[in-house]
Ligand binder design. Structure first.
Ligand code: RNT
Ligand code: ZN
Length: 422
């Protein structure tokens, strides 16, 4: 046994004792953690470009900055990069794909004509890697979305095109779910909105509701596909008004039994999604999280272990919501190694969940019930320095993934051997 393994094991044994004193069974926690999949967003690997050859054109109020070397240029490169990232991440996870990542053999296929066959290689790859898949219609980076409107467009023809795209994507999602044996969440996010103050805030929302109804008209087997809807407060170029606001989609999801997608970067900077979970879960059956990190006006920085990330994980665990919540990531950074960006964000998400699972929540609840807020606060602060890092290291080792900062060297090697040659 190498010294390192011994160290990790003895660190784990010590941590187990510390947590046991508080009534927490660490082995059990590790078992729970291993069952929580994180859906990795394909679009971190190529700056949301996709493979339709639209050039640098993105639109939809989305902007990716940075020009770090090694961006994936083909589906094979993207899969290879994802594979590398997954090797650095403990646990079994999912792949979240956008429809703009279709593989059409060089043939132009319009978005309203996409079919499962255009995603067969992705599905095969996911199967090989024992991953489930999630899916997204792409309502941006397209000439018919040029003026910033899609499902709420005043022109009925354009609306119809995007409705057909939504319908096509649900079927693709269902095909993914059926062949992978786990429901695919097909998430609708549209950019529609105005840069400046509109006169009519009502009509676009009416149109959006009707378009959504048309997309979701055909019932699909929930074992294969689940529909989600994602709100946003504002985007670049839609600062004054976004049709699909939080209130709009919260209401829609409740009324139509849809999964509500909460993107942590899509609210006012002083609002936190962690505080919304228990409210929203009163009324909707399931939520999808797009875990991201908003910084000022940008909603998509790489996820780090912030207080809010920990608060979010705590809310999921304390509320016992894990089986009603689907966790996905949504950020894009082209200024650092893109594979590392996946690894950093995903490892942080898992770490936050681990810390939340290690919390002696019953003890804290007892303090709160008794009105002993002094002990509640004191204990919460003491918990922050418990040796969760030893548990994390052990979990990584046990999962055959790099421990601590070892993965950075591996990614640097991959950068040298593969990314820098692109
Ligand atoms: C945009 C939404 C949306 C996208 C992806 C690419 O503000 O967050 O989820 O980031 O669909
Ligand atoms: Zn999102």
């Amino acid at each position: 046994m190498s010294l390192e393994i011994k160290q990790i094991e003895s660190g784990y044994a010590l941590a187990k004792e510390r947590y046991a004193e508080l009534g927490v069974d660490v082995d059990r926690v590790i078992g729970q953690l291993a069952k929580i999949p994180i859906s990795l967003h394909c679009w971190q690997g190529d700056d949301v470009c996709g493979f339709e050859n639209t050039g640098e054109y993105l639109g939809g109020g989305l902007a990716v900055t940075g020009c770090y070397l090694g961006k994936a240029r083909t589906p094979d490169e993207l899969r290879m990069d994802l594979h590398q990232a997954l090797a650095m991440i403990p646990g079994a996870h999912r792949l979240n794909l956008h429809s703009s990542y279709a593989e059409t053999n060089g043939k132009k296929v319009e978005r309203n004509e996409l079919e499962p066959v255009h995603f067969q290689r992705w599905i095969d790859w996911a199967k090989e890697n024992k991953m489930g898949m999630d899916f997204n219609p792409t309502f941006f980076a397209h000439p018919k979305a040029d003026d910033g409107f899609t499902l709420a467009h005043p022109d009925g023809g354009i609306r119809q095109f995007w409705i057909e795209h939504g319908i096509a994507c649900r079927k693709i999602g269902a095909a993914m779910g059926e062949s992978l044996g786990t429901p695919c969440i097909t998430n609708v996010w549209i950019p529609d909105g105005y840069k400046d103050t509109p006169v009519d805030r009502k009509a676009p929302r009416r149109r959006l509701a009707e378009s959504l109804d048309a997309i979701f008209m055909e019932p699909l087997d929930s074992r294969f596909n689940l529909d989600a809807v994602e709100a946003k407060l504002f985007g670049i170029g839609s600062e004054s008004y976004v049709v699909g606001s939080h209130e709009f989609y919260l209401g829609y999801a409740i009324q139509h039994h849809k999964v509500l997608c909460l993107d942590t970067g899509h609210f006012h900077p002083t609002e936190v999604v962690s505080d919304k979970i228990t409210s929203v879960m009163q009324w909707v059956g399931e939520i999808l999280l797009h875990v991201s990190r908003g910084i000022r006006w940008d909603s998509d920085h790489v996820v780090i272990m912030s207080d809010e990330l920990q608060a979010l994980a705590q809310e999921l665990v304390r509320g016992d919501y894990l089986d009603r919540v689907h966790i996905g990531l949504d950020y894009f950074d082209a200024s650092i190694n893109r594979v590392a960006a996946w690894v950093i964000g995903t490892r942080c998400m898992i770490k936050a969940l681990l810390i939340a699972l290690l919390e002696p929540v019953e003890l804290l609840r007892r303090f709160e019930k008794a009105g002993d807020f002094t002990s509640r606060l004191a204990m919460m602060e003491e918990l922050k320095t418990l040796p969760f890092g030893n548990v994390w290291d052990y979990y990584c080792m046990q999962s055959d993934t790099p421990v601590g900062c070892q993965w950075i060297d591996e990614i640097k090697k991959y950068e040298n051997d593969v990314l820098s040659k692109r």
